[in-house]
Design a protein around this ligand. Structure first.
Ligand SMILES: Nc1ncnc2c1ncn2[C@@H]1O[C@H](COP(=O)(O)OP(=O)(O)OP(=O)(O)O)[C@@H](O)[C@H]1O
Ligand code: SF4
Ligand SMILES: [Mg+2]
Length: 323
């Protein structure tokens, strides 16, 4: 079956005063219709920029090469006139800060109606009814009241529910959720994640969930892509990553998560050191300076190779000890 989204050999560089920032390096990944996939990694790993390029939202100093197909249509570097046919209607994105998507000067209801009428030839009354139904679907408390409010009159959690409603209005095939709960407190976060899970199941819509929180990703998604310094270092099913991960970075992320045991000093295992400077092109494994398993071979870049069905790994010395 052809994937819904097919990214092949995507690289993204940014021209800056300091030099060329190598943000994404030769990334290939596919999203199948209806699946929930997580992109996980530390800050600066390149997670967001991959999907900014899918949405045609890269900044003007960016250069993206490779190939991105959505439903078999080439979309990388296409002009807004082409991408506007897809954005909102077939692919939607929600962000960490809901105000990125909301207009502070327009009442919530008007914004929802506008989104619908941009993509569908329907009357204002019909758009109003559909918008209200969607506000109910995202379980907003008192939707009739919120419909008439300005975004700043609502809480962060309510604003994010409205963004989700807005993103789902045209029933997209793919929802990209970029750290949608990071700015929210833990109880609100849990509510939003439950809502996304429910909508994913009921609408059979594919979700790309971008996060630095591996446990959250494992709880929500069927497939996990682990990124480090602009590259995919390991990818597999949730079971592969949770019980059979072999990349030292994935193992370090698991050990750093609160679900895992504390170290002998009663602290969480932090990952020592910093990711490499993205201004410097690498010839060695990007994780080498933080890796306890590094040897001479790691002076070269490991390729991402298939281990077994769907499980891929980029490491010369995989950890085979059972988790
Ligand atoms: N407009 C820009 N100009 C220069 N460099 C940029 C620009 N946007 C992003 N970058 C760089 O690209 C790299 C990847 O950024 P990206 O936003 O994809 O990271 P991320 O994995 O989403 O991190 P975070 O978890 O912090 O959101 C980073 O080194 C970042 O500094
Ligand atoms: S290739 Fe070498 S340095 Fe890189 S993660 Fe594997 S063992 Fe560590
Ligand atoms: Mg990001």
């Amino acid at each position: 079956m052809k994937p819904l989204l097919d990214i092949q050999n995507l690289s993204i560089n940014f021209a800056t005063d300091e030099g060329l920032v190598h943000a994404v390096n030769d990334v290939s990944l596919q999203v199948q219709a209806g699946e929930a996939i997580a992109i996980v990694g530390e800050s600066g790993a390149g997670k967001s920029q991959i999907f900014q390029s899918v949405m045609g939202l890269l900044t003007p100093n960016a250069t993206a090469t490779g190939r991105v197909d959505f439903k078999s249509n080439r979309i990388l570097n296409k002009p807004s006139s082409v991408l506007n046919q897809l954005r909102g209607k077939h692919i939607s994105m929600i962000f960490q800060d809901p105000m990125t998507s909301l207009n502070p000067y327009l009442r919530v209801g008007k914004q929802l109606i506008e989104v619908l009428q941009t993509h569908q030839k329907i009357s204002t009354k019909e758009a109003q009814d559909k918008s209200m139904a969607m506000l109910h679907a995202v379980k907003l408390r008192n939707p009739e009241h919120c419909f008439k409010q300005y975004p700043h009159e609502l809480s962060g959690g309510m604003r994010q529910r409205i963004c989700i409603a807005m993103a789902l209005l045209c029933e997209p095939d793919l929802l990209i959720a970029d750290e949608p709960t990071t700015a929210l407190d833990v109880t609100v976060q849990a509510g939003i994640m439950d809502l996304l899970k429910e909508l994913h199941a009921s609408k059979q819509m594919a979700i790309v969930f971008i996060t630095h929180d591996l446990p959250l990703a494992l709880n929500f998604c069927e497939r996990i892509v682990v990124m480090y310094a602009g590259r995919i270092v390991e990818t597999g099913s949730t079971q592969d990553i949770l019980y059979a991960s072999q990349h030292p970075y994935t193992r370090a992320l698991l050990a750093a998560s609160p679900q895992h045991s504390l170290n002998e000093l009663g602290r969480f295992h932090a990952i020592d050191g910093m990711p490499p400077d993205p201004l410097i092109p690498l010839t060695h494994c990007a994780f080498k300076n933080r890796c306890n398993y590094a040897n001479k071979q790691c002076e070269q870049q490991p390729d991402l190779l298939a281990k077994d069905d769907g499980h891929q790994l980029a490491c010369f010395n995989p950890i085979t000890k059972v988790l």
